[in-house]
Design a protein around this ligand. Structure first.
Ligand code: ACO
Length: 330
């Protein structure tokens, strides 16, 4: 009897229409296209329109993933949504996404693990399917980082953008699917990347607003150093869990935070950069959405097809890091 696997039955992505270029940022901040491109690889990013929210972006990506899979919403057993910028701190954004899709009552909840959230959600979906608890899970990633970026802080404002992605995971007897994962969190690194106010540690008040503590704060250099180690470590861990080696990998789809982080991780791994998917130039860092957005583009470009073996790997606030190895197709 074949083992029960969780395969990717459908993939979708969505990015808002509005483009914010480096030239636009030059008008807003003391920065330059040259600095941003040379330090990060980013040329432009997408910004949600007024009224667009994490759930509306997530619903657009989910619609595309459902259409791609041919699965009707009534056949979905669970909705997991990775986000750091939910429509509101509660209720969950997964429920809002599902409402927008007119789905029937189902378990729906959010996963918050910084930019690694979608990799966490994917592993959660896989584990529940393999355990036999569910047949199909909609795994959504959506972030509107433009809503928590301090547009007066040039050290962070130039880095981020908005977007969403989703996959339908499905039970199968196939040898394809999510093969193995490695997930980690080191809470001691929490202060390096955080949104200080608005939680129980620092409830919102007039002073927190005046001090701009409702915006993301990041120690960029420390996060950079962490990320360069975290990406290769996660990929090695996921390969081990999948009983595969680097030679088995056709493609690496890393979190798109900084082109230099991706280049450094490729060097450390000893994997040629041509095997990495990089689209940060046009989207910036879209947090949880960056991997499914990159997957969708890579597939559209013909780089991913049935039996492509790929690793997705991310790092982010927490500090969290993690990777998953997937053999593509259902
Ligand atoms: N434009 C112009 N100058 C700038 C800008 C800017 N936008 N931002 C910073 N500078 C200046 C600094 O003030 C500094 O000036 P100084 O030397 O006079 O003090 C100089 O540029 C160099 O600053 P550094 O911070 O040392 O620049 P660095 O090359 O390290 O790049 C960066 C900074 C891009 C933030 C980098 O550290 C980085 O990418 N870190 C990782 C960030 C990351 O990945 N975060 C997300 C992870 S989790 C998630 O995805 C949410």
């Amino acid at each position: 009897m074949s083992a029960r696997a969780a395969v990717v039955a459908g993939l979708g992505a969505y990015a808002p229409e509005r483009i914010l270029t480096n030239a636009d940022l030059e008008q807003m901040l003391d920065t330059s296209d040259d600095w941003i491109v040379s330090r990060t690889g980013i040329r432009e990013r997408r910004i949600a329109a007024p009224g667009e929210t994490a759930s509306s972006l997530g619903a657009a990506a989910s619609r595309a993933a459902l259409a791609d899979s041919g699965v009707d919403p009534t056949a979905i057993d669970m909705v997991i949504c990775a986000t750091n910028t939910g429509d509101t701190p509660f209720p969950c954004t997964a429920g809002r996404v599902w409402l927008r899709l007119n789905g029937p009552p189902r378990p729906a909840f959010d996963v918050q693990a910084g930019c690694t959230g979608w990799v966490y959600a994917l592993e959660l979906g896989r584990a529940l399917i393999v355990a036999g608890a569910v047949e199909r899970v909609l795994v959504v990633a959506t972030d509107v980082l433009s809503s928590i970026v301090d547009w007066e802080d040039r050290s962070t404002a130039v880095l981020f953008g908005d977007g969403a992605g989703a996959v339908v995971l499905e039970a199968s007897a196939s040898t394809r699917g999510v093969l193995g994962s490695s997930l980690n969190c080191d809470g001691a690194g929490g202060p390096l990347l955080m949104l200080p106010a608005g939680g129980s540690a620092m409830p919102a008040n007039q002073e927190t607003v005046v001090r701009r503590q409702h915006y993301m704060k990041m120690a960029g250099n420390d996060v950079f150093r962490f990320a360069v180690k975290a990406l290769p470590e996660s990929i090695a861990g996921a390969l081990q869990a999948a009983h595969l080696t680097l030679e088995d990998l056709d493609l690496v789809v890393p979190h798109q935070a900084n082109a230099r982080i991706i280049e450094a991780a490729a060097r450390r791994l000893g994997v040629d950069l041509s095997r990495f998917v990089v689209n940060i130039e046009r989207y910036g860092n879209t947090s949880v959405a960056s991997i499914p957005l990159a997957l969708a583009e890579a597939r559209a470009a013909g780089r991913i097809g049935p039996d492509t073996v790929l690793a997705v790997a991310a790092f982010g606030a927490g500090l969290t890091w993690g990777a998953t190895v997937i053999r593509w197709g259902r």
